[in-house]
Ligand binder design. Structure first.
Ligand SMILES: Nc1ncnc2c1ncn2[C@@H]1O[C@H](COP(=O)(O)OP(=O)(O)O)[C@@H](O)[C@H]1O
Ligand SMILES: [Mg+2]
Length: 353
């Protein structure tokens, strides 16, 4: 049998097989001229356009390195209705100088993935907005306190002035009190802006850990249902730098502090603290509260979006899934519960730069 005849026979055999395959399949020569195709391939060519399809194939073969029998790549291809997401695979049939192509359409899967990602991002944004919204009430309250002090001091100063009783000593005290109160208001507003800032444009940087902690302390000091729970920090190096997206790290810590507050504010002597340890390859931050850990049945689900044990309207169930995403995806760190610790302990570990 001559070589041409042998090739013809082979094509005939393949032709029989082609039609039993559910996904688009083609056989072409090395110049991408289609020799055989099944029905699915026919309709795919129709929706993409014959010329476009050939151009696509030629472009593709240029990526198939010599000696590599198969090559696969995901390619978005514009069609007459939408952009198709194709997984194209080409195999070289060396002896016969033929190429076998398969192009499975992954558009539906791709769309589902995109939608899931969009939904996740949207949910994360919603959680952020919800936590800012929740904080807004306490923030208004927190700003009102120093404002009351300021207006009280101003009234006092007016009276002193009217009665000709103004002394240097009084002015000095006045300035100190006004400075302290406006400083507090400034700090609250600054950290609120920091947190609500669009983090998309932020770059990872070496930040002062103590500045981040100050922000967290500020939010921790806000009352929850009339109770203030003091947040303490175990001894740490005040010069410590942390390589992070600062507003994201603050947000994670504030979320943890918020969760802890919500869990413990009714216990007799509530407390929570943050511990810091600089290890060889990472910085480890632990948020510990006076709870005795989280029951296994809850623990299994806490990182799932929308999982909450709180009453309707009290919890979104998004806080911890967002924390996990921010630490693990955006910082390549680790975020978990240390179930072996005697008290409820959330651990953030961030790799050094
Ligand atoms: N410090 C904590 N102690 C005990 N349980 C906690 C703590 N933090 C979180 N949880 C549990 O994890 C769940 C999910 O938390 P989160 O994702 O922040 O959503 P939400 O706070 O809206 O419920 C909470 O409903 C709670 O059951
Ligand atoms: Mg929460």
């Amino acid at each position: 049998m001559g070589q041409a005849e042998q090739k013809q026979n082979l094509l005939q055999v393949i032709s029989g097989i082609l039609h039993t395959v559910q996904s688009p399949l083609y056989i072409t020569d090395y110049d991408c001229n289609v020799l055989l195709k099944n029905k699915q391939a026919g309709s795919l060519i129709k929706s993409i356009g014959q010329k476009e399809m050939r151009a696509l194939m030629i472009g593709f073969t240029s990526k198939l390195p010599i000696g590599t029998p198969t090559f696969q790549e995901h390619v978005p291809v514009p069609s007459d209705t939408e952009t198709l997401q194709l997984d194209i695979r080409v195999s070289r049939m060396e002896g016969e100088e033929l190429l076998m192509w398969s192009g499975s359409d992954q558009s539906a899967e791709y769309r589902a993935k995109e939608e899931a990602k969009y939904e996740k991002d949207r949910a994360a944004h919603a959680e952020k907005m919800a936590s800012i919204g929740e904080m807004a009430a306490s923030i208004v309250h927190e700003i009102r306190n120093p404002l009351t002090i300021i207006s009280g001091q101003v009234t006092l100063a007016e009276e002193f002035l009217a009665r000709g009783k103004m002394t240097d000593e009084f002015v000095e005290k006045l300035i100190t009190r006004l400075n302290k109160s406006t400083g507090r208001i400034n700090a609250i507003i600054k950290s609120l802006l920091n947190i609500s800032r669009n983090t998309g444009s932020e770059e990872k940087q070496l930040c002062s850990l103590s500045e981040i902690y100050e922000e967290v302390e500020l939010f921790a000091s806000m009352k929850i249902k009339g109770t203030t729970i003091p947040l303490t920090f175990d001894e740490y190096n005040k010069e410590q730098k942390v390589y992070c997206l600062p507003s994201e790290l603050s947000q994670v810590l504030i979320n943890l502090v918020k969760n802890a507050k919500e869990e413990i504010y009714q216990t007799p002597k509530p407390w929570f603290k943050i511990t810091t340890q600089c290890l060889d390859d990472c910085l480890e931050i632990r948020v510990v509260d006076c709870g005795n850990g989280i029951p296994q049945s809850v623990l299994d689900k806490i990182f799932q979006p929308y999982f909450t044990t709180k009453a309707r309207g009290e919890g979104t169930g998004l806080g911890l899934s967002l924390c996990k995403k921010l630490i693990e995806e955006n910082h390549q760190g680790q975020f978990f519960v240390d179930a072996s610790a005697p008290n409820t302990t959330f651990v953030i570990s961030l790799p050094h730069k």
